[in-house]
Design a protein around this ligand. Structure first.
Ligand code: NAD
Length: 298
């Protein structure tokens, strides 16, 4: 068996097209242009790249992108004040505080200041609680993107056994809850799990969100399994020349190709879906805040 490769770039492109169409309908029918505000504290180079990409993607979808760049030594109270200003700003439908924040700032405190209806990262206690309760809310982007990719390969998830490797608040836990909401039988594995190989072998779906290069070996993947690899790890690639690096996932991709029925590559799998789902959440937030029905097709 050779796995079908789930093309995250292409599918993210479709989501972004649907978002752009929804934005244009919101403008013409309701005179609403959704706005996304991103708060970046400090000069972390990776965060700057992410924020720039989000800015470009937001504008490309026809939305307003508002950047707030604060110095690395900004006191926590000032970051909180900035979030409160954005909560009160009617042009802003979505607020994203780029993580990680500098170590003197309590991330949890800052995130929880975001008004739940503008929390497009889905990380406030209110939205986490809604997900837990199975109520409508804003869902974290990477897990949402993972589910969209999974459904491309396996449209009917009900009754399937799924293993999520990783239990972070950002990815593993919300992904497990989304799979449960799809009526999967879900196992959450983590750093203390015994016999991770055996746990993975028993699953119809393996989702990896660990941050360890190629932790999951090909022979941990049973024939016909769908593999969603969330991990992004940069490793040395001397075969490409001295000092060169490359990105790999948490799954030994080449090995898993021989067993899985479908698999997401790294890069080009879950990664592009994260921004697409951020844009999707911003449109949903803009509509819901005004009691407009969720845009069709999203
Ligand atoms: P995290 O460090 O917060 O969590 C890692 C989880 O892995 C923990 O729950 C831990 O228990 C588990 N773990 C650690 N060692 C393990 C082991 N040996 N066996 C099994 N489980 C183990 O990381 P995160 O924020 O959830 O991110 C996970 C990965 O996903 C990272 O590579 C990150 O870069 C990537 N990521 C990608 C996107 C994207 O857009 N594609 C978004 C967020 C995170």
């Amino acid at each position: 068996m050779t796995a079908a490769v789930i093309d995250g770039k292409k599918i993210a492109g479709h989501v972004r097209e649907k978002v752009a169409a929804a934005v244009s309908r919101l403008k013409s029918a309701h005179d609403v242009t959704p706005g996304l505000a991103v708060v970046l504290v400090g000069e972390d180079p990776a965060s700057q790249v992410y924020v720039r990409n989000k800015h470009k993607a937001t504008e490309a979808a026809g939305m307003v992108s508002i950047m707030h760049q604060l110095p690395a030594d900004t006191p926590e109270v000032d970051v909180v004040a900035r979030v409160r200003d954005l909560n009160a700003d009617d042009r802003v439908d979505g607020i994203l505080v780029q993580l990680p924040l500098p170590s003197h700032i309590d991330e949890h405190r800052v995130i929880n200041e975001i008004a739940p209806e503008k929390d497009v990262d889905g990380l406030t206690e209110v939205n986490a609680g809604r997900l837990m309760l199975g109520k409508k809310g804003l869902v974290p982007c990477t897990p949402q993107g993972s589910i969209i990719l999974l459904k491309e390969a396996m449209p009917e998830l009900s009754g399937k056994t799924a293993v999520v490797v990783g239990r972070s608040i950002l990815v593993g836990k919300p992904l497990a809850l989304l799979l449960l909401a799809e009526n999967c039988t879900v196992t959450v594995a983590h750093s203390r799990t015994q016999d991770l190989a055996g746990v993975c072998r028993g699953a119809d779906i393996v989702c990896a969100a660990v941050g360890m290069p190629e932790l999951i070996k090909g022979n941990w993947v049973s024939d016909g399994t769908v593999v969603i690899d969330v991990g992004i790890n940069r490793i040395d690639a001397p075969e490409r020349g001295a000092g060169k690096t490359r990105l790999v996932g948490d799954v030994a991709y080449d090995e898993a190709l021989a067993h899985a029925s479908a698999i997401t590559p790294v890069p080009g799998g879950v990664g592009p879906m994260t921004i697409a789902c951020l844009l999707r959440n911003t449109v949903l937030a803009a509509a819901r805040r005004r009691d407009i029905a969720d845009p069709k097709g999203l």
